[in-house]
Design a protein around this ligand. Sequence first.
Ligand SMILES: Cc1ncc(C[n+]2csc(CCOP(=O)(O)OP(=O)(O)O)c2C)c(N)n1
Ligand code: SF4
Ligand SMILES: [Mg+2]
Length: 301
Amino acid sequence: MSKERIKISEDLYDIMPSDYQDLVKSATYGKEDRGWKDIGNSKELIEQHSLCAGCPESMAFRYILASLPNPEDTVMVGSTGCTSLVFPMVAVHNIHSLFGNQNAIASGLKRALSVRFPGRTKDVVVLAGDGATVDIGLDMTLQAWFRQEKFTTICFDNELYANTGGQESGLMQKGFVAKMAPVGKLFDKVRLPEIARESGCHYVVQCTVSKPSLIEKVVRNAVMIAREVGPTYLQLYTPCILEIGKNSMEGLQEMRDSEKPTERFAYKEYISEPAKQLLAEVSAKDKEKKAAAKQLASQGA
Ligand SMILES: Cc1ncc(C[n+]2csc(CCOP(=O)(O)OP(=O)(O)O)c2C)c(N)n1
Ligand code: SF4
Ligand SMILES: [Mg+2]
């Protein structure tokens, strides 16, 4: 892949917004080993956002967009919630779906893309909040997994409905009191990673977004496995600092505290046998490519 499709005609160059010119000049479209380390040296696929200052969702967006293996051939599907405030600023094709319908929309989209572009790899990635994924959209989420639809579902788990002022969600922790859930959650956090595994997902990870290198690895794995094998699911803790009473500098520490081995966001991973096989093949090919590049470099030296 290359920047061919976004190239600006010379006659129109001057009147294009500078942000677009920067995308053509220095975004990492087409770069095979793109990843979070490009942040700061290239034009990011998101720079501004309308989330609260310091909201960990903004970090999560930056790491995910930097890690997509093929952003120019990716379509993201969003849903209503804090995440949907960000999508208008994202330089990857995206669709806003009716709240909760994201996995149904993504199913049709993935199938339509494979008919419209036979022979070309098109990735579909859903990105929605916990209210959309687990509560109101649970039926659509599960049915897509049962049908083995080949796309990735990412849930930004902030353990409540943040965008509408703090209602209870199935992923909220037991006993938590939110602004619009004064009684306190009566039952434990729903174990969606386990449900995802039992519903047919081939790669399931639960983690926080405190470590960009980890997010890069899991996003790449999830997209590659979804492409070739079947549905994948990432549940990422992106705390709503507004609801838990933290200031804009405290989101990172909140994630570090919550990912300790005894805490509710301790790293969890499940990989099916076919997915393991695929990852082994991808890793062998990467090694071959690196060895060939090294040899070429030593011949040139
Ligand atoms: C069909 C429909 N039902 C309800 C709503 C109202 N609504 C908007 S955002 C939201 C909650 C979003 O929560 P979540 O998915 O967890 O995302 P967050 O805002 O926490 O990131 C709700 C209930 C809506 N917009 N559409
Ligand atoms: S309300 Fe919470 S989740 Fe939404 S942008 Fe603000 S801090 Fe982030
Ligand atoms: Mg939420």
